[in-house]
Design a protein around this ligand. Structure first.
Ligand SMILES: NC(=O)c1ccc[n+]([C@@H]2O[C@H](COP(=O)([O-])OP(=O)(O)OC[C@H]3O[C@@H](n4cnc5c(N)ncnc54)[C@H](OP(=O)(O)O)[C@@H]3O)[C@@H](O)[C@H]2O)c1
Length: 329
């Protein structure tokens, strides 16, 4: 566990040279993304943040942006309205950002939620949650890669389940259209995040990649797809919700822990100097690459599982994903 005082000390050492000058947040209208924006702005340094969100969140997000302006006038937050559950709109959003920026220092991806019921498809024919948590996230990375590579220390953070990868995925059903069940979605989508990002990290060693698992942060994420009055709602309320309430970090600590992951050199690449235990990538090596990080900010390479997946699943998952993203690349 990286102790909270060490996290706060690292964040206090952020200066204009280690502050992400340009950041893109997808999912920053609520939860962990929003807490991280608050922590970034509170450093007092200059930054430009593109905050992507859907129309229904525009009103409250604009109020949040106003509030942040009074906290730090040097932080500019640019609202971009878009529907990231659609790949065509994700591409449009990326084109817009690329027309404005040549370098991007931080891409922070949090859109999504756990789906416990049936497989719901978008108008493009892909699972909504799989698109939010995987396809659209990887499309953002692919599209913005040239800008990330041009930055001094480009970094991608996907918040889902780094370190929890599993070999128990069906390679013949990578979109769960043949056989969806309530508990297959999250393990598959998080495993896909790690496999695709590891390939990208191998091919682009000048960009840092982090796939992080937040543990429990009480953002209300659990209730996005479950009716509290259904039997499933009652089961979750009696089992998971007490765990979340017990184990959650405070909002401030969660924000500081993700600010640390966004700026520290502990996870390869550049950033605020880190003199404590260095991070280890998904090959369990002390080198650049994909970092699988948990809620305690520890690296959890999940090396044995990743080695099996690398041999048996990474290529197939890459080909499947390319066939989905192809029209938008
Ligand atoms: N919180 C936890 O304890 C926890 C634990 C494990 C994994 N995770 C995963 O980590 C990620 C971040 O979690 P979080 O707690 O920060 O999530 P959150 O507060 O629920 O926010 C997720 C973001 O996703 C967006 N979103 C949700 N449904 C959408 C849709 N249909 N179309 C477009 N955008 C949509 C939300 O937009 P709006 O603001 O417009 O609603 C919000 O910006 C999620 O993928 C979550 O599943 C969270």
């Amino acid at each position: 566990m990286v102790a909270y005082p060490a996290i706060k000390a690292s964040n206090a050492a952020i200066d204009e040279s280690t502050m992400p000058q340009v950041a893109v947040f997808v999912g920053g209208t609520s939860g962990i993304g929003k807490l991280t924006i608050k922590a970034l702005v509170a450093t007092g340094h200059s930054t430009r943040i593109y905050l992507v969100g859907r129309k229904s969140s525009e009103g409250r997000t604009k109020a949040f942006i106003e509030e942040q302006r009074s906290v730090n006038p040097k932080a500019e937050i640019v609202w971009i309205e878009g529907e990231v559950s659609l790949l065509a709109d994700t591409k449009r959003i990326c084109d817009l950002i690329k027309s404005k920026e040549t370098c991007i220092d931080l891409l922070f991806l949090t859109a999504g939620y756990a789906q416990f019921w049936k497989l719901e498809l978008t108008s493009e024919g892909h699972g909504i949650v799989q698109t939010l948590e995987y396809y659209s996230r990887m499309l953002f990375v692919e599209q913005l890669l040239p800008q990330l590579k041009r930055a001094n220390a480009g970094r991608v953070i996907s918040v889902a389940g780094g370190g929890l990868e599993t070999t128990r995925i069906d390679l013949e059903d990578l979109d769960l259209k043949k056989n969806f069940s309530s508990f297959k979605g999250q393990p598959l989508y998080l495993t896909q995040n790690s496999l695709y990002m590891e390939q990208l990290a191998d091919d682009n060693p000048d960009v840092s990649f982090i796939h992080t698992w937040p543990g429990f942060v009480d953002t209300g994420n659990l209730w996005r797809s479950v009716d509290r009055n259904s039997w499933m709602g009652w089961v979750l309320w009696l089992t998971l919700q007490p765990l979340i309430s017990l184990l959650t970090y405070t909002d401030d600590e969660a924000g500081q822990r993700y600010l640390f992951q966004s700026t520290s050199a502990a996870f390869g690449g550049q950033g605020v100097d880190w003199h404590s235990k260095p991070g280890r990538n998904s090959y369990d090596r002390q080198a650049n690459g994909l970092y699988l990080v948990n809620h305690r900010c520890d690296c959890t390479p999940n090396a044995k599982t990743m080695a099996t997946l690398r041999k048996e699943a990474r290529g197939k998952n890459w080909a499947h994903t390319q066939s989905v993203l192809g029209p938008y690349l």
